[in-house]
Write a protein that binds this ligand. Structure first.
Ligand code: FAD
Ligand code: DLZ
Ligand code: SF4
Length: 518
């Protein structure tokens, strides 16, 4: 009577449902490094190294906790290099009589998981992933009872459900649900920025780095220096450092972008949370405690908690609600191919060059760089949403389809026609200039509106609004933009549109094969 417990690379939590209430003497935990998963998109080298190293460390931890663990390394000669193949092989090897597993977070994988029972010919119990705060069933019910879905209302329910930042009388701490109006500052010059807690690679990680160098050398991004947390213990240290050092200023500088400051006051904990090294609830509880102890202000703590119990959970709910159609949505009929510079970083637009360069080095960019520089550009330029989504899925260390896709297709590209966001997130050069120091060192002039030296965001912004006037001019949240557009005379409109067209002509499409094997 052996139970086989497959654990995936984003399920590295001691609290994982499949590992609870099991007789360890009658179970084998299976962890698998498989080529199919590591290459279905050509993930950033750092992301692969992080996952493999975190998996190997987790396997060790389980072994020392008395579990029997079968760890299939990528270069194991018997490795069939697919999840289903490895589950079948392990089931035969251990004469397993049942499989117990936690539902995969991604649609693609969950479909495969459902075939395991039939393929192997033994019962397979697929458990819900209770590391999320809102179950998929609860999200469905919440969504069903509403005409329009807005994250803010979902978030308030999550605050009540978790009790985070709630008074005993069920009112929000600080008298408001949301303190975002305090969160739009650009840092003054001369500030001493914190850096996230980093960790020297140990022998396990060094082996993985060699493997990744050898097998994935042609994938996007820099492998080294590699200093990411790869164990729960390190992740807890990174969390503690964030809470002590960065959280107090997280709120006010949340939207800022500064050259040479890859992380600013952001936590960079997304990869630890998404892979299970930290649970979302414990991260939020640590932030709430900092507020209760007077160590961080409400605008920072509320803003931080909202990202996790609000946006993160909401995105997951939206993903499962709309898959598999979500992946191919293209409401704005955007068909321009992804420009080459997304992979090479070679562009004279400094905001894009900086954001892409740090993405290549760190496999990280913070939210506003993703949304208001990279995503904004793709949306304004009419880049095909599936191409830009693939790019995002490849390049970030925290990119798993369930969270990447709704953020890109839904929030950033408006390709779901407004199911996720109530208006498109677009901005001209003025927004980027206000929130960053990028424009001062740019080849283009952010103040010029049209012509070859003008910041391309300016003409692209008006060109986008003009292209989609029928769809957006009635949107209440875009009323002011269209009022301004309607005051422009014909010549001005023509100049904006001609300038945008001339700029778009200069974009070189990326060669195929960067994101998926051609
Ligand atoms: P912090 O700023 O410190 O925020 C704290 C935490 O809140 C994050 O660690 C994350 O868990 C959560 N969070 C914040 N915003 C979001 C959001 N919009 N959706 C879900 N969780 C959120 N996040 C991913 O985890 N994976 C992705 O692949 C991903 N792709 C994105 C693509 C685009 C176009 C955009 C606009 C956003 C994307 N995000 C993604 C959301 C967000 O940008 C990242 O979670 C964040 O930048 C991670 O850095 P951090 O840990 O320093 O976050
Ligand atoms: C991202 C990733 C990569 C690159 N490789 C593996 C792997 O070899 N084995 C594994 O178990 N998980 C990997 N992962 C994480 C998976 O993509 C993630 O666990 C699934 O997509 C589940 O939805
Ligand atoms: Fe970006 Fe325009 Fe500023 Fe250059 S001028 S950094 S292109 S916003």
């Amino acid at each position: 009577m052996t139970m086989l417990i497959p654990v995936l690379g984003d399920q590295l939590s001691p609290s994982l449902a499949s590992l609870q209430h099991v007789d360890r003497s009658k179970a084998v935990v299976l962890l698998m490094e498989v080529w199919d998963e590591a290459t279905y998109v050509r993930h950033h080298k750092k992301k692969i190294a992080f996952i493999f190293s975190a998996m190997r460390h987790f396997a060790e931890k389980l072994r020392s906790g008395g579990w029997s663990v079968d760890y299939v390394a990528l270069d194991d000669p018997e490795n069939t290099q697919s999840f289903t193949g490895e589950v079948e092989r392990a089931a035969r090897k251990y004469r397993a009589t049942s499989i117990r597993t936690v539902a995969g977070a991604e649609y693609r994988f969950f479909q495969a998981q459902k075939t395991w029972s039939d393929n192997v010919g033994i019962p397979c119990d697929v458990l819900g992933d209770d590391r999320f705060i809102c179950s998929l069933e609860d999200f469905k019910q919440w969504a069903k009872s509403r005409k329009t879905l807005r994250m803010e209302y979902f978030y308030r329910d999550m605050r009540q459900k978790t009790g985070l930042l709630m008074n005993p009388d069920d009112t929000p701490v600080g008298g408001q649900w949301n303190f975002d109006h305090d969160n739009r500052e650009k840092p003054p010059s001369g500030l001493n920025y914190p850096s996230p807690e980093r960790f020297e690679p140990d022998a396990v990680t060094k082996n993985v780095l060699n493997l990744v160098k050898e097998r994935f050398g042609d994938h996007f991004g820099d492998l080294e220096p590699f200093t990411l947390p790869v164990t729960r213990q390190q992740a807890l240290k990174a969390l503690e450092a964030f809470i002590d050092i960065s959280l107090p200023d997280f709120g006010r500088f949340q939207d800022a972008m500064m050259t040479g400051q890859d992380y600013l006051y952001h936590s960079s904990l997304s990869l630890c949370i998404n892979t299970g090294l930290l649970t979302p609830l414990e991260v939020c509880e640590a932030a709430a405690t900092a507020y209760e102890n007077g160590d961080a202000p409400i605008n920072s703590v509320e803003g931080f908690i909202r990202q996790i119990i609000g946006w993160r959970e909401y995105m997951r709910g939206m993903y499962w609600r709309d898959m598999p159609q979500f992946a191919s949505r293209n409401a704005l009929a955007a068909e321009r191919p992804l420009p080459d510079f997304f992979w090479t970083g070679k562009t004279e637009m400094n905001c894009l060059a900086q954001s892409i360069d740090q993405t290549k080095r760190e496999a990280y960019a913070h939210h506003i760089q993703r949304l208001m520089v990279l995503g904004n550009f793709a949306l304004l330029a009419g880049i095909n949403p599936q191409e830009i989504s693939d790019w995002f899925l490849v390049v970030y260390f925290d990119a798993f389809e369930w969270v990447e896709l709704p953020n890109v297709i839904g929030m950033s590209q408006f390709a779901d026609g407004g199911k996720t966001a109530s208006k498109p997130y677009v901005g001209s050069g003025a927004y980027i200039n206000r929130m960053s120091d990028y424009c001062g060192k740019c080849h283009f002039d952010v103040k010029q509106k049209t012509g070859v030296k003008a910041c391309p965001f300016n003409a692209l912004y008006w060109d986008f609004l003009a292209r989609h006037e029928t769809r957006f001019s009635k949107n209440m949240r875009m009323k002011n933009m269209y009022a301004t557009w309607s005051r422009f005379n014909e010549d001005k409109r023509h100049n904006y549109r001609a300038s945008a067209a001339a700029f778009l002509e200069t974009l070189m499409p990326a060669s195929p094969g960067w994101a998926r094997k051609s």
